[in-house]
Design a protein. Structure first.
Length: 84
């Protein structure tokens, strides 16, 4: 599902700069993608990562790394998506 949502966003976000996408089905899909990315933020706290060739799965380390690296960017992007 993530690949489809990313693909949709890659195709449609640049189009928003040139024209409003006011079709009802595009609004519904846009609402789905925004909701998807919103739900993805808390799930990212449970996604392990590689550290020195070892998969890190300790929740405190995952949360700490996510909060330092990606969480601020994810929150800003999702908030902008909700506003637009």
């Amino acid at each position: 599902v993530s690949v489809l949502v990313v693909g949709y966003d890659v195709l449609t976000v640049p189009l928003l700069a040139f024209s409003a996408m006011d079709e009802p089905y595009l609004n519904a899909v846009g609402m789905f993608t925004t909701s998807f990315w919103t739900c993805d933020i808390p799930l990212s706290f449970f996604s392990g990562y590689y550290d020195g060739g070892v998969v890190e799965m300790r929740p405190t380390r995952i949360a700490s790394r996510y909060m330092r690296l990606w969480c601020p960017l994810d929150v800003i992007i999702v908030l902008v998506d909700w506003v637009l």
